[in-house]
Design a protein around this ligand. Structure first.
Ligand code: GLN
Length: 486
């Protein structure tokens, strides 16, 4: 069973249920691969914790109380708080922090039987598009170690692509599940805002933050998503009061007649030719499967960049005020009084990108600028959401690229944060509207790097997105390809 690390979540779950392998064997196999921390994907590994969970899963498999994903490993982005592993959110300010409780998403996946392999590297407080903003070093893209894995869930994407976890959790505020999934050739879905509880997910921009699964296929994502989602109203009042859904139930539905909207703004000048070619190829596959391509317009696509980079920092400046050296993590050593302690702790603990966003956020919320920036951004955010509703009158799902290019090389955008911001153009609109979106492997571009197709659905239409993605994956093999040596 040397290929255990290449099996899908579905295949592992069934081998475990039929007792052809044990949870301990599976966990041991992954822990062995994680030795030496390839690609710097993990931030915390504790084999004792993982093996204890695996033994508990084996006991459940033996006595017939197993959950649907019992014994299947998963790893968590380091913005989910965990009792058994350290939690840093990729920041020095939380170094050594250990939460007294598990995030709801972590707890739900454990209840479904999943065994935790540890915590995954990410951009500091999920701010970034390349994982270059982690205080614990960048993550390498397993397809080309000179390139970024995308961000902010870069560790999650790299771990799945490199066979260091069969699946991972991610968070997406402006694209952080979809873009790294695209850059690393895996599948990821950001559900409708509110589908998954944000309890225990360290807040970046609360009106946008959403958790979701990252795995090799739409089918695996569906299995995890069903386990992750569900109302948690006592602990996250924005979680949706909707029954849990079996997202895997409709994967095989026919997509004959499905109307796929193609927004012209997603195919403009800034789109690299190799990405366009791969996306066009995937769209042709959809036509072969009986779907109809419908030209649509999302006229405020470009505005999503300034709108997002006002709203997200504004919310971050408020959310991150809790990291002051009093309750969590790092505290400056020498200080004269309380205010001096706050200042020194925050100056030492936060990285440059986080500081930039806190300052931008405080500025756009300040007296005299609130109306000019924050309020205007909120109004345009609403118009962006309205644009989608207009588009959904003519189509069922929307398709386009996830990102304008394949993964770039380390250092290419260094000292130019705006270059990273601009590359978020295709993921930000769905985030601002709170819509579900996913990335599906669609081919390969320059340097043999993976290209993702983005599918965006209307509110609560995750099942439809996963169905469309699964049908494409049955007709293509891009999601089955692996980086060399994996
Ligand atoms: N790249 C975007 C940012 O830096 C999105 C990050 C995210 O979704 N967490 O804010």
């Amino acid at each position: 069973m040397s290929e255990l690390h290449n099996l899908s979540v579905k295949a592992l779950a069934s081998l475990l249920q039929t007792k052809e392998v044990s949870a301990v064997e599976v966990a041991t196999r992954f822990l062995a691969r994680m030795g030496g921390n390839p690609h710097n994907a993990y931030l915390d590994i504790d084999s004792e914790v993982t093996l204890a969970q695996a033994r508990a899963s084996d006991a459940k498999l033996a006595d017939g109380t197993a959950g649907p994903l019992e014994g299947v490993p998963v790893a968590h982005k380091d913005v989910f708080v965990t009792r058994d592993f350290a939690t840093t959110a990729g920041s020095k300010i939380l170094s050594g922090y250990r939460s007294p409780f598990d995030a709801t998403v972590v707890q739900r996946l454990r209840s479904a039987g999943m065994v935790s392999l540890g915590k995954l590297n990410c951009d500091e407080f999920a701010m970034g598009s390349a994982n270059e903003n982690s205080a614990y070093g960048p993550v390498q893209n397993p397809w080309d170690t000179a390139r970024v894995p995308g961000g902010s869930s870069g560790g999650s994407a790299a771990a799945v692509a490199a066979g260091l976890a069969p699946a991972a959790t991610g968070t997406d505020t402006g694209g952080s599940i979809r873009q790294p999934a695209s850059f690393c050739g895996i599948t990821g879905i950001k559900p409708t805002y509110g589908r998954a509880s944000r309890y225990g997910m360290i807040a970046y921009a609360s009106s946008l933050d959403q958790a979701g699964p990252m795995a090799r296929s739409a089918e695996d994502c569906a299995l995890l998503l069903s386990a992750m989602c569900g109302a948690d109203l006592d602990r996250d009042s924005t979680s949706l009061d909707m029954p849990t859904e079996d997202f895997a139930a409709s994967l095989n539905n026919s997509i004959e007649g499905l109307r796929i909207g193609i927004p012209k703004e997603f195919f403009g000048e800034g789109l690299a030719a190799d990405v366009r070619a791969a996306v066009d190829g995937a769209l042709r596959e959809y036509e072969k499967l009986g779907a109809k391509l419908v030209p649509i317009s999302l006229p405020r696509t470009e505005l999503s960049i300034p709108v997002y980079y006002i709203i997200a920092p504004a919310e971050a400046s408020s959310n991150l005020s809790r990291f002051d050296g009093v309750k969590f993590g790092h505290r400056a050593k020498d200080y004269t009084d309380l205010v001096d302690m706050y200042k020194k702790t925050r100056a030492e603990g936060f990285g440059n990108e986080v500081k930039r966003r806190i300052m931008t956020g405080a500025y756009v919320l300040s007296h005299g600028y609130y109306d000019a920036y924050y309020l205007q951004a909120q109004k345009i955010r609403r118009m962006i959401a309205d644009d989608f509703q207009n588009a959904f009158k003519e189509c069922d799902v929307i398709a386009g690229p996830v990102a304008p290019s394949v993964a770039w090389k380390f250092g290419e955008n260094a000292n130019d944060p705006v270059a990273d911001y601009l590359a978020d153009i295709f993921t930000l609109p769905a985030s601002l509207a709170g819509l579900p979106g996913m990335s599906v492997p669609a081919g390969f571009g320059a340097g043999g790097m993976p290209v993702g197709l983005q599918l965006i659905g209307n509110y609560f239409k995750e099942a439809q997105l996963l169905n469309a993605a699964h049908r494409l994956q049955q007709a293509t093999d891009f999601h089955l390809r692996k980086p060399q040596g994996i």
